[in-house]
Design a protein around this ligand. Structure first.
Ligand SMILES: [Fe+2]
Ligand SMILES: [Fe+2]
Length: 270
């Protein structure tokens, strides 16, 4: 796990994961060091994710007041119940659909939940967090937010990218990634994670980008991208291009078997 600090207000808990045949995908959780500390997502659900140890290196988990779950996919919920135990005052921010999806595995006690819809705000003591739905998403439970004090936005899966190395997927600033490589990785991820972008009404989709442009965030934090400071205009252009990118088709069984055959150990040479 890589830990990065961006400005005074945000810690990034970054876990770059290999994706066969593709490269590496950053998986990020964040701490927003507000008067009432906010943890944004809780990492992978794999046993070795080490989320609580990483979190404990940037703040005392007992101080956490809010767990903003951008959506309940399993790369976002790994440490959630451990953190709820360690942080007795913390409540999980999600929407009604998110609550229902979580209940299919392990229901959340209702007194540990705070339901919030896009367009609503959460007061965390020294700032307000403005909930919005990012233009690209893979779950009806997706809710990101804009922090009006640090002028940062947290965008869930939107703006993610696959990258060719663990070093790039784990870097402290997306500026380390060459621009062409970054755009290709973001467009690829957009078509994988939000395949509906090719079939949705173009005008309606472009209309969802306008509020982000108006927000003019200083920094953009995606669950699947290194931190991005001052890259808004370029990223919004990428979103506009996403419907025209090549649709993603994953490997089929034949391709999987060819891939596995390539992994088989060879007999020792005589
Ligand atoms: Fe997701
Ligand atoms: Fe995700």
């Amino acid at each position: 796990m890589n830990i990065h600090r961006v400005g005074t207000d945000v810690s990034v808990l970054n876990d770059p994961r290999p994706v066969a045949g593709v490269g590496f995908l950053p998986v990020n959780a964040f701490v927003l060091h507000a008067a009432e500390p906010v943890v944004v997502d809780t990492g992978l659900s794999t046993p070795e994710s080490g989320f609580m140890d990483a979190l404990g290196s940037v703040l005392d988990p007992a101080d956490v007041r809010w767990i903003w779950l951008t959506h309940p996919d399993r790369d976002h919920t790994g440490g959630m119940f451990a953190l709820l135990e360690a942080a007795p005052q913390a409540r999980v921010v999600t929407n009604f659909v998110g609550l229902g999806i979580l209940a299919t595995e392990r229901p959340l006690p209702l007194d540990r939940v705070f339901l919030l819809n896009p367009g609503q705000t959460l007061d965390v003591g020294d700032r307000k967090l403005h909930a919005f739905r990012p233009p690209l998403y893979d779950s009806p439970a997706t809710v990101g937010f804009y922090d009006d004090r640090s002028r940062t936005c947290f965008t869930s899966d939107c703006f993610g990218a696959t990258l060719p190395s663990a070093e790039l997927a784990g870097c402290a600033e997306v500026g380390d990634v060459p621009r062409d490589m970054l755009r290709a990785g973001q467009l690829f991820w957009a078509t994988v994670d939000s395949p509906w972008v090719h079939t949705t009404d173009p005008a309606g989709y472009l209309g969802t980008i306008a509020p982000l442009r108006a927000m003019d965030p200083e920094a953009i934090f995606s669950a699947h991208l290194p931190p991005a400071v001052g890259r808004g205009a370029e990223f919004f252009d990428m979103l506009e291009a996403a419907p025209g990118a090549d649709p993603y088709v994953g490997p089929d069984q034949r391709a999987l078997e060819a891939m596995l055959a390539g992994f088989e150990p060879r007999a020792p040479s005589q």
